[in-house]
Design a protein around this ligand. Structure first.
Ligand code: 57M
Length: 358
């Protein structure tokens, strides 16, 4: 919005010319996100406490988690506010990628909210059934993938890092593939959100990495120089990624150990979807799996545990997802969290290195 209101003034006052630059608007949006979290956070948490939005803790989890009972959840509402408001304020609203990303992220947040509401307010510990949740995610992801497919101006191909000539032409199969990536990422972040700040860290590093990837993909000269696909209009997603990273940074102020608030499914489902949508639009689905490697490992640990238990009756881990396995090995919660963050930072650096190693 500010782009429309203030950029035209540059003819009278040269300063407003700065609103033309995506970099300036990305920083502006990011700072707005963090400020929103800091300013609204305390009252939002008090609101959740007043409304008794306390987390119920499962008995079969690590015993150290029992002390977390009653921690307010659904803090993801704060994250979504700190993503949507600054994006609408600072991004170029004529950009289709912005609308597809924001609307789909909010819709995923609504699915998560319904699950949280059923669990926390209606005291139905199961929340939405797995089938209901998955159906909602698949429908939203399928519609999002369809929109990206019909509005794209690049061929529907799967690109590979390191091998610039490699690509797989997907055609209309792009739609189910993209939907799978979005639903998979959403659930992977959801599974990862099981320790204080554990999901927020990798989301921040992934969003910051995709801020750079989106900016490069949307810049003709940089895309040509790096020999990556040029995706017109993708650069504006740097503003959106900036708000995701900044909103997570602001939320971490309250979610860091010992957490004053959990994000809830309203946050985790939305954040996973948001990252995946940016990856799909910028043709970086494989880099999403690399950069979001912690999310992938968490999801694979659950699949391995459930498969092994079903086939052999034995567990491969002391408990899945893998962050609980390390807790049961005796690692203190902050140690597990920070070590997973370190891995995410290393994966983000490797992801960025693929821009040159082609
Ligand atoms: C999402 N939710 C956390 C919080 C957060 C198939 C199976 C692997 C499913 C999985 C599951 O239920 N996953 C749901 C993870 C929960 O966090 C809430 O959920 C939101 C995110 N969706 O925002 O509202 C608990 O996580 C802890 N937490 C923190 N700090 C945070 O900042 O400490 C969350 C955020 C919270 C809190 O204790 O209550 C969760 O873990 O449920 N199930 C599991 O992950 C369970 N694993 C399991 O059953 N493993 C089995 C088989 C099925 C694989 C096995 O290993 O044999 C574990 N989770 C729990 N108890 N709570 C272990 C049992």
């Amino acid at each position: 919005m500010l782009y429309y209101l203030l950029y035209p003034l540059h003819t009278q006052h040269g300063f407003f010319n700065v609103f033309k630059y995506i970099t300036f608007r990305t920083f502006g949006a990011g700072i707005t996100s963090v400020l929103l979290c800091m300013l609204i956070g305390p009252s939002y948490i008090r609101y959740l406490q007043r409304k008794q939005m306390g987390q119920a803790i499962r008995e079969d989890g690590p015993k150290t988690h029992l002390s977390k009972k009653g921690t307010p959840t659904m803090g993801g509402g704060l994250i979504l506010m700190a993503i949507v408001i600054p994006t609408l304020l600072w991004a170029d609203l004529s950009n289709k990628n912005i609308w597809i990303s924001v609307i789909s992220t909010v819709l995923f947040g609504i699915v998560g909210y319904l699950d949280d509401y059923k669990k926390v307010v209606l005291k139905n510990s199961k929340g939405l059934s797995g089938r209901q949740k998955l159906l909602g995610q698949v429908l939203i992801a399928g519609f999002t993938a369809y929109l990206i497919y019909v509005t794209r101006d690049t061929p529907p191909v799967l690109k590979f890092p390191f091998f610039k000539e490699w690509s797989i032409y997907l055609g209309v199969l792009f739609i189910p593939f993209a939907a799978f990536v979005i639903v998979g990422a959403s659930n992977a972040v959801n599974l990862t959100d099981g320790l204080d700040g554990l999901a927020v860290g990798p989301t921040m590093t992934t969003a910051a990495t995709f801020l750079i990837l989106a900016y490069c993909a949307g810049h003709v000269k940089i895309a040509e120089y790096l020999q990556i696909p040029y995706v017109s209009g993708a650069g504006e997603l740097a503003v959106f990624c900036g708000t995701i990273a900044a909103a997570c940074l602001g939320f971490l102020w309250f979610n860091t150990y010992p957490a004053q608030v959990f994000m809830g499914d309203v946050g985790s489902l939305a954040l996973g979807a948001a990252l995946a949508i940016v990856a799909v639009i910028t043709k970086n689905e494989i880099l999403l799996a690399l950069c979001g490697g912690v999310f992938v490992i968490e999801a694979l640990s659950v699949m391995a545990q459930v498969a092994s238990f079903k086939i052999t009756g034995k567990r491969v881990l002391r408990m899945a997802p893998i962050h609980h396995h390390f807790e049961l090995k005796g690692w203190a919660e902050p140690k597990v969290i920070v070590r997973f963050w370190i891995i995410s930072i290393l994966l983000a650096l490797v992801t960025l290195s693929t821009l040159k190693l082609r």
